[in-house]
Design a protein around this ligand. Sequence first.
Ligand code: 0RA
Length: 630
Amino acid sequence: MADKKSDYGAKAIKVLEGLEGVRMRPAMYIGSTSKEGLHHLVWEVVDNAVDEAMAGYCDKIFVTLNEDGSITIEDNGRGIPVDKHPQFKIPACEVALTKLHAGGKFDSKSYAISGGLHGVGVSCVNALSEKLILEIKRGGKIYKQEYSRGKPLTKLKEVGKTKESGTKITFYPDPEIFSTLVFDYKVLETRFRETTFLNAGLRIFLEDKRKDKPNKKEEFFAAGGLVDFVKWLNKSREPLHKPFYFKREVEGVMIEIAFQYTSAYQENIFGFVNTINTVEGGTHVTGFRTALTRAVNDYAKKKGTLKSGTLLGDDVREGVTAVISIKLANPQFEGQTKTKLGNSEIKGYVDSACSIALSEYLEENPAAAKKIVAKAMDSAKARLAAKKAKDLVRRKNAFGVGGLPGKLADCSSKKSENTELYIVEGNSAGGSAKTARNRETQAILPLRGKILNVEKVNPAKALSSEEIANLITAIGTGVGDEFNIDKLRYNKIIIMTDADVDGGHIKTLLLTFFYRFMPELVEKGYVYGAMPPLFRVRKKTDHYVYSEEELKELTKGVANPNVTRFKGLGEMSASQLWETTMNPKTRKLKKIHVEDAVEADQVFTMLMGSDVAGRKEFIAENAREANLDV
Ligand code: 0RA
């Protein structure tokens, strides 16, 4: 009797481990049930097609956002096998779609994506779809099968003949599971561009056919793979040489690297493992950094350019844009967002392969090598100057109360959980904000006009600017290698500028500063944009209005609406400013996200760098959102 019971228990657990488990705890499989999780479904299917491309059987993937809100992913690979599965006695494709972890892994594809949240299989997509339609072209025939919430609605049927092969999956994400069902074209676009850069020769076609969205169609294709990737990343920068590229296999690990130095002052290194963007870095990135520092130092010493001392890693990486893409069978992902490669052997593999390739490259390309060394030596000089400037900042600040800038009206609370720093455009608005604020929790730092564009000057110059020094001391964390999040003096940093072009520009300058000098603040969600109202509409009571659409809505059918347009923060009284923009109970704040490091880097370089034409186009395209949505 007891035995029977435990038998039953084991069976029950088996069932729970199936697709029921995926529907019960979707976040465990796809990370979340919000926008990110929704897009994860797409990555799951597309990654399977990309695996097929990596194995050499597929060169086209079509992704279509359909009129009815569903999405179709079609590839010209071999097609998921349809023959009877020996164990389950149903077609192999049905196993792939209904059994957990059975998806895409029949044969041992050496680099199949298998780490972190990825590689949970198409069965998860099926489980979390209200409806899914599978179409396979294989062996001269076309097959079709429909599913709902992971269960087959029909048997796999033969529906026609064909000379082609491939897999087509259309799915409707389940409204019972997801808080949003709307795919974001931009998110898909960014990802697919990246995917084609990482898989030279693969074409991805993206089309938006949805009724309420602008119709769009794009083809992503990079014949030059990683070389095209660094060129694209540098399109708003001034390159110093032709991109370097190499590809080598070490102990079964495919290592592929491209880089190009530019006249910029930042380093931009992007790591990928099995085409997954490793935002937190890892052993592959460390291996490259080590090799680059050593190779440049060795070369500079050998040629007699560097007579004494050593160039630091920071010096050598100034202005470099690099993409490191490795493919391996068993990646171990670590870190807060599971985007850091942990495999310890990889550091050595990448380091030794790179060291040889880099030394060869420098020897064979003396013109490029000379520029790279000169850049690193300039950076070392600037670093020493910056150290002096930082010391100066420290001394300057010693004159303020408690080492804080004189212009800062600090809050009285020392508990950082609920304190806020308002960075305010203009001294007059700063004055109103000081009157309006809650003195206990809200600190005000007024800015005199525009801050320096940190994208266009070297770090030493940026740090010697008084406005920037004030910002750094008020925030408390320090910058660069001295940055320490534990020293952050406020729980929110709020940028409050006028809702006009100048205000937008100041906001972008500030965001550039944060992104380049204190990226962790943006990544961890400490930085916000204040949302001052655009209009006041006087009816029985006063209404504050934050957009043109809202204004239309509110004044619809009113003969002579009483509307005041706020041109700037300075036009509001202290009490209006409090009510509309500063009172935590009634204000609107917009959190600044760094959605994707690659995307953010592009936006910042374009907005703040020297590519004027690109900037104009971007601003025209993105209008008001441009300054907020980065
Ligand atoms: C298992 C085995 C084979 C291909 C696939 C799965 C496959 C899965 C997906 C998912 C989307 N597109 C796909 N394309 C292929 C290889 C079968 C063979 O040996 O012919």
